[in-house]
Design a protein around this ligand. Structure first.
Ligand SMILES: *[C@@H]1O[C@H](CO)[C@@H](O)[C@H](O)[C@H]1NC(C)=O
Ligand SMILES: *[C@@H]1O[C@H](CO)[C@@H](O)[C@H](O)[C@H]1NC(C)=O
Ligand SMILES: *[C@@H]1O[C@H](CO)[C@@H](O)[C@H](O)[C@H]1NC(C)=O
Ligand SMILES: *[C@@H]1O[C@H](CO)[C@@H](O)[C@H](O)[C@H]1NC(C)=O
Ligand SMILES: *[C@@H]1O[C@H](CO)[C@@H](O)[C@H](O)[C@H]1NC(C)=O
Ligand SMILES: *[C@@H]1O[C@H](CO)[C@@H](O)[C@H](O)[C@H]1NC(C)=O
Length: 469
């Protein structure tokens, strides 16, 4: 069992950023699209613009898309989930990007209750800038919306999100899309990164596609886009916690002391750092136990595990020392939070680990007393956890398929974007030849218009389109 080299740990913690002291981060690129809606919607004080009116976004499809609206609006469900854009052929959204770097992408899916489409037939793939993010996706269940979140590095001036129905008989849909430039300190450019069980050159972490699979507020309530930072959701840890007893929940109403070069409010908000679970010794004897969580993961992927610590439980500095284990490996030995925070209580840090998911389908995370733990003190703590899936060697987050393969297999001759001008050219040639033909023969043979009519900016086309689906 190898431990992570402490200098590497310090290196990761001390890479400084420009954004630490900003109270409210304002992203350079900030697109909130309400898909398939004719009007804009407000959710948690954020305005989602109707995708047919958004000016700096373009969307194109090789066929007609339709907008559907819910039959009955569900009480309490945000407005964006009452409409969807539905398509039977590839659909591409293109966003102008000003800020080179990591972007947060959220895709919202909810099976709108509608008589127009049968959601049993939804099955589609989603590509983001050449990465496969969803493969054979059906859009989740009817009961509750599904939000998928990714971190993707954008180099060029634009970002493309392509949706492809899995077969001609299937269709795809989307309710809302968010594309937001992330703070520069969210994912670091560590060219050497440490695996939990081996040290290996990983390459540039921030250039990989990441999917946020778990984001947990340990010992606290749900944190929502409304009361957290960067409009993210952190869920309570109860369903992942494996240790039945021996722990204690702690809560602090005091100020979280963010320090430059360590964690920032954007990396993780106050209301995640001000709750935690701890192991505490009430007398001289240190409990012989670990506090353990288990998270479902998929074999065949490497995961980035980010653990958040903030000592809101100790009454004095220098008393909290503990071990951190990932998948049973000692990931950090004798972590001394006072030392790591330059001797400031309630000051947050985070640490990143890389780990390969094994066949168990579970990633386990434990904190527990170390040889330096003390009696009458806190012996382990955890405030928050994020678990992110890293794309595989095919550039996919969902199966062993590459974006090229998906494009070729599903829609062999359809290349959205190229198709748009080429159809125009074909139409033009057709018209010219018809005119010439007419002049020559005087007898015109009319053929039926192709059903796949190109419509780049469709209006609400409910009446005609219900026939198609
Ligand atoms: C999607 O599922 C179908 C079966 O429904 C399967 O044949 C196909 O290979 C899957 N596609 C990908 C890209 O894995
Ligand atoms: C990011 O990594 C690349 C290659 O590993 C390196 O050339 C570059 O200087 C790094 N940038 C920063 C800001 O560390
Ligand atoms: C955040 O707001 C939600 C309601 O939107 C509430 O349920 C939750 O308790 C709040 N969390 C915190 C930490 O205040
Ligand atoms: C310390 O307290 C635990 C229970 O909290 C008890 O089981 C243990 O015997 C105590 N040890 C001593 C030395 O008092
Ligand atoms: C805590 O977990 C680690 C890793 O699984 C294990 O080696 C250690 O024995 C555990 N400690 C206790 C007290 O169970
Ligand atoms: C992620 O995808 C990129 C682009 O396809 C590739 O260069 C990189 O090696 C992939 N990452 C891993 C961990 O395989």
């Amino acid at each position: 069992m190898e431990t992570w080299h402490p200098t590497l740990f310090i290196f990761l913690l001390s890479l400084s950023t420009l954004y630490h002291l900003c109270f409210s981060f304002s992203p350079v690129d900030n697109y909130l699209l309400d898909c398939g809606s004719a009007v804009d919607s407000t959710v948690d004080n954020r305005l989602f613009i109707s995708d047919s009116s958004a000016s700096s976004t373009r969307f194109s499809s090789s066929a007609r898309t339709i907008s559907i609206s819910a039959q009955d609006h569900v009480q309490g469900l945000p407005q964006i989930y009452n409409t969807a854009r539905v398509f039977k052929a590839p659909l591409k959204y293109e966003f102008d990007v000003e800020d080179t770097g990591t972007h947060m992408i959220r895709l919202h899916f909810h099976r709108v209750s509608s008589l127009e489409v049968d959601f049993l037939n939804s099955q589609f793939h989603v590509l983001v800038d050449g990465f496969v993010v969803l493969n054979n996706f059906s859009g989740g269940c009817l009961a509750s919306p599904r939000v998928m979140e990714y971190l993707i590095w954008v180099n060029s001036g634009k970002l493309e999100i392509t949706f492809l129905p899995a077969k001609k008989s299937k269709f795809g849909f989307v309710n809302a899309i968010e594309v937001i430039s992330a703070p520069k300190d969210l994912i670091l450019n560590a060219s050497q990164f440490a695996y939990v069980d081996k040290i290996e050159n990983f390459g540039e972490l921030n250039k990989q596609a990441l999917e946020i699979v778990h984001r947990i507020n340990v010992g606290g309530p749900k944190v929502t886009p409304f009361n957290g930072s960067l409009w993210r959701t952190w869920v309570p840890d109860d369903e992942y916690l494996k240790s039945r007893d021996g722990w204690e929940r702690v809560y602090s109403s005091g100020r979280i002391r963010y320090q430059s070069g360590k964690s920032s409010r954007e990396v993780c908000p106050d209301n995640v750092y001000n709750t935690a679970r701890v192991i505490r010794s009430k007398n001289a004897s240190i409990p012989d136990m670990n506090l353990t969580w288990e998270f479902p993961v998929t074999e065949g992927y490497t995961y980035l595990v980010r653990v958040h610590f903030c000592d809101i439980a100790s009454s004095t500095l220098g008393t909290l020392h503990f071990n951190v284990y990932v998948n049973g490996h000692l990931a950090y030995k004798n972590l001394d939070l006072s030392d790591a925070t330059d001797y400031v209580l309630a000051s947050p840090i985070y640490a990143d680990f890389l780990v390969d998911a094994d066949h168990s389908g579970v990633l386990s995370l434990s904190v527990g007393p170390s040889v330096d733990s003390m009696g009458y003190a806190v012996d382990a703590i955890l405030n928050g956890v994020e678990i992110m899936k890293i794309n595989n060697s095919m550039g996919s987050l969902d199966g062993k398929v590459s974006a090229e393969w998906v494009m070729k297999k599903c829609w062999p001759r359809t290349n959205v974007g190229v198709l748009v001008p080429s159809i125009a050219v074909v139409c033009l040639l057709l018209i010219i030849s018809m005119v010439i033909h007419r002049r020559m023969t005087n007898s015109v043979v009319w053929s039926k218009l192709p059903t796949d009519v190109l419509e780049v900016n469709p209006k609400n086309g409910k009446a005609q389109l219900s026939v198609e689906l």
